[in-house]
Write a protein that binds this ligand. Structure first.
Ligand SMILES: C[S@@+](CC[C@H](N)C(=O)[O-])C[C@H]1O[C@@H](n2cnc3c(N)ncnc32)[C@H](O)[C@@H]1O
Ligand code: SF4
Length: 385
């Protein structure tokens, strides 16, 4: 099924700039000391939207996600210009979810009303921790008070908002995390993203960790922290619908579901990725990551694409498993067969069921269990082998 006939089609737009680089982060984000020419970037975004829409005409956009980097550094007019360009080149479904990722500083919160006027209807705030000591250890530029004030401003400006926390931080115990989570749930209306701290190669945290100067929780503690996350969130009415995402039923992030369900999405901006269905083929597309180089490419040829590969059936099957098994709703093995041209191995399914890592329901849907989620990569590798 293509994005065009399944009904879901997302547009991701990447704003690649931040005020400072957090020591754990390996996203495509850059710090610039000179002012950024937002009008020039807005023109390039509009141009790339135009050329992308020309490749896949007739889609109806069901979700838009402005991610980063720090999109809340953009002026509301820039956000408005990007959303207008999307609406000029595609039909946007009534009530489409339009999310903007925001850092929770007081300066950025002053722009929330302008974003709403521009057409944003959901914000996702990078709160990361609810105490100042942890925030400073994470290299964040905001205090906990400032972040909670930004959450309160978001609550007034938008019907829908979410915030991110990072757990499994150095020195964090399950009891500390349970308390922090309870507080987070009381501040969250409908959605929380809870990411286990990962030590990414090339970041300052990687060097500190390798030198033994940054100690993350051992495996047993990490597992206990994960279990606490599931228990506290489920009891608070925000069960996990994806390995790191929790929502009240019905409040799931529609845009992220597009990725995990293997639907079609466009990627606009430096380093953005896309999956487009063209002539029955699925294209995996990636853009130039460096902002200036992306800008010059778009100005010269209309898009910033550096790789555009057609996925073969094996790759399509692997990607379907990798993304779909992150979801609590699991996958339909028949769709795997249709994409990959082969069925999942019944012996492997039986073995993983016996180990308690997966379940298969009466309709044949396959789901990863609470036991399986902490070792999801191994479960996927087993099924895909
Ligand atoms: C791309 S960031 C953008 C959000 C925004 N710039 C901010 O920092 O508030 C999205 C989220 O990824 C998470 N993240 C980034 N690096 C991470 C890491 N190494 N481990 C765990 N979570 C991480 C953070 O929770 C962050 O809010
Ligand atoms: S975590 Fe957010 S603010 Fe920090 S460097 Fe990454 S994208 Fe920028």
């Amino acid at each position: 099924m293509t994005g065009a006939d399944s009904g879901a089609f997302g547009v991701y737009v990447h704003w690649p700039f931040c005020l400072s680089k957090c020591p754990y982060c390996d996203f495509n984000s850059h710090v610039r000391h000179a002012p950024i020419d937002e009008a020039r970037y807005a023109r390039a975004f509009a141009r790339e939207i135009e050329t992308t829409a020309a490749r896949i005409p007739g889609r109806q956009v069901t979700s838009i996600f402005l991610g980063g980097g720090t999109p809340s550094l953009m002026q509301p007019e820039t956000v408005g210009a990007i959303l207008d360009a999307i609406a000029r080149h595609w039909r946007v479904a009534p009530g489409a979810e339009v999310t903007l990722e925001a850092n929770p500083t007081s300066v950025e919160a002053t722009r929330f009303a302008g974003y709403r006027t521009a057409g944003v209807n959901r914000v996702s705030l990078g709160v990361q921790a609810l105490d100042d000591e942890s925030l400073s250890a994470l290299g964040r530029l905001h205090t906990a008070r400032e972040a909670l004030d930004a959450v309160a401003i978001a609550r007034r400006a938008f019907d829908r908002y979410s915030f991110d926390l990072i757990y499994a931080r150095p020195g964090q115990t399950p009891a500390m995390w349970a308390g922090e989570l309870q507080r987070a749930i009381s501040e969250a209306a409908e959605h929380l993203s809870l990411y286990q701290l990962t030590i990414e190669e090339g970041t300052p945290f990687f060097g500190l960790h390798a030198a033994g100067r940054l100690r993350t929780p051992d495996e047993a503690t990490a597992r206990a922290l994960y279990d606490v996350t599931q228990e506290v969130c489920a009891a608070g009415g925000l069960p996990a619908y994806e390995i790191s995402n929790h929502a009240r039923p019905g409040a799931e992030c529609q845009h992220n579901l597009v990725y995990w369900r293997g639907e079609e999405y466009a990627g606009i901006g430096p380093g953005a990725h896309a999956r487009l269905d063209i002539d029955r083929d699925r294209h995996a597309i990636s853009n130039e990551k460096r902002p200036k180089a992306w800008l010059m490419r778009v100005e010269a040829r209309g898009n910033g694409v550096v790789t555009d590969d057609i996925l073969n059936s094996e790759e399509r099957g692997d990607e379907f498993l990798l993304m779909g098994l992150r979801l609590a709703e699991g996958i339909d093995p028949q769709r795997y067969t249709a994409l990959s041209g082969r069925a999942l191995d019944p012996d492997r399914i039986a073995m993983l069921r016996e180990e308690g890592a997966i379940t298969v329901d009466a309709c044949g849907r396959l789901r990863v269990t609470q036991t399986g989620f902490p070792v999801l990569d191994a479960v996927v590798a087993d099924l895909a082998a």
